[in-house]
Unconditional design. Structure first.
Length: 457
């Protein structure tokens, strides 16, 4: 109890210091979906009752009922760049992957490259939300100056960088289309060398902003749609150069969710990309959200769980009815605009989810169970060969979950490889590079994918 109250005080002081925040970016049309009533025995605890009786709810200025106003107040603030802030009016009339607008960003993107690039384009395209409504996405296409000397058209690596952020300015799209000192996201610097390596081989690199326009960190359906529609967008934008290209999706940690989800949803969401997307690599993957929620809750990784919960509420606004006044203050504070290097430290005080909600056992409620089901892709079969890798000493993401996913996909006939690499969650990204790079290069050259799955009986 003492640790919990210390956490409450810490967050409240932070909220008081944050002050008023700018208005959020344009919200999507149609507001929020209908919210089902709560069910089950999940009455608030005495501590939760104390919070709501002693802390007043935050003032909300957005139009509409309080729940809608709360939802709008939790969205990422505008970046000031219409490419990321403005929802096109005619999305419903467009096809997924259809180009809305494009912008040459070669000058700013080249500042972050050690390998010369011929061109960099920011693409804005039609996509789909987690619930199936029209949405939009952004992605950056990097075309190297180096020639492609392999077979076929110049291939494309679709690199899902681990954005792990709540603010729209944290995305690769914003970072590469603005100056080095314009609200930099230092997290992305760790993963830029992989881009340089791909460009030096003559591969084009596609960097989707896979959290979507609402910055729904870790929402796998959104991530899959953004990844797959970004490929469609490139093929629509430059059909002569990339219409016949092979594409491989890669991602680590938060980016692994996107590459994995793209593979799992390719058959149903983008059957037109069969034999276009030829492989997916995923490392440090969180594949079982129920397990992750229960492992992270109230521990040293609780900040990640709280950040992800806020992000998911942007695509699933029904979650917000279960936030208490403290949770509402945090969700509408500057926390909603942080990059990945900040959401981890937020968990140092070990605040459990129940500290931010008005129901007890919040991660086991019927609503939580419904969210787990919506984001569980284990019943899908990958549309492409898989390369799965995981750190041998990863204290955050359980290797057993990924091993189970690998076994399921093998059992369904998917060509797959599983590698345990040295290191914990951060260093295992570096130790995986050799085997991962070879596998990606072979897929992009059109070499049939090997499989190390156990023989089926």
């Amino acid at each position: 109890m003492r640790a919990f109250l210390a956490g409450v005080v810490t967050v409240l002081l932070g909220c008081a210091l944050l002050g008023n925040q700018p208005a959020q970016a344009d919200a999507p049309p149609n507001g929020r979906p209908a919210t089902p009533p709560a069910s089950g025995n999940f009455l608030p605890t005495p501590v939760q009752q104390w919070i709501d009786s002693h802390i007043t709810p935050p003032p909300l200025t957005a139009a509409g009922d309080r729940q809608t106003a709360l939802w709008r107040a939790t969205l990422s603030p505008p970046t000031g760049d219409p490419a990321f802030d403005v929802w096109p009016a005619n999305l419903a009339a467009l096809h997924p992957g259809q180009i809305v607008e494009s912008r040459d960003v070669t000058a700013t993107a080249a500042q972050r490259m050690t390998t010369p690039i011929r061109r960099a384009m920011l693409l804005k395209f039609r996509s789909t939300s987690a619930t199936g409504t029209p949405s939009f996405g952004t992605a950056t296409l990097l075309i190297p100056a180096a020639q492609w000397n392999g077979p076929g058209a110049r291939p494309v690596e679709v690199n899902a960088l681990p954005i792990n952020a709540l603010g729209s300015h944290c995305t690769p799209g914003y970072q590469l289309s603005h100056g080095l000192l314009d609200r930099p996201n230092t997290d992305l610097a760790w993963f830029v060398p992989a881009i340089w390596s791909a460009l030096s081989l003559g591969h084009a690199v596609l960097l989707p902003d896979h959290e979507g326009p609402l910055m729904a960190y870790a929402e796998p359906n959104v991530a899959a749609h953004m990844m797959l529609d970004s490929i469609r967008a490139v093929r629509n934008f430059m059909p002569a150069e990339f219409g016949a290209s092979r594409y491989v999706a890669t991602g680590y940690s938060g980016g692994a969710i996107a590459s994995y989800a793209a593979a799992m949803l390719q058959r149903e969401y983008a059957p037109d990309l069969t034999n276009v997307l030829v492989g997916a690599a995923t490392g440090g993957l969180a594949s079982d959200y129920w397990d992750i929620a229960h492992r992270f809750n109230g521990g040293i990784a609780s900040g990640i769980l709280l950040a992800v919960s806020l992000a998911l509420a942007r695509e699933h606004p029904e979650m917000l009815q279960y936030t208490n006044h403290l949770g509402q203050w945090v969700a509408t504070s500057s926390v909603r605009d942080v990059c990945g290097d900040a959401d981890g430290p937020l968990g140092v005080v070990g605040i459990p989810m129940d500290g931010m909600t008005n129901v007890s056992n919040s991660i086991d409620t019927p609503m939580a169970a419904n969210l787990y089901r919506q984001m569980d892709l284990s019943n899908r079969t990958s549309g492409v060969p898989l390369y799965v890798y995981h750190g041998s000493w990863d204290p955050w993401i359980p290797i057993q979950d990924v091993q189970r996913m690998y076994g399921q996909q093998c059992g369904r006939g998917v060509p797959a490889i599983f590698r345990v690499v040295p290191g914990e969650h951060l260093t295992s990204y570096a130790t995986s590079s050799a085997g991962l790079g070879d596998w990606v290069n072979q897929r992009l050259k059109g070499i049939p994918a090997p499989s190390e799955c156990p023989a089926r009986r």
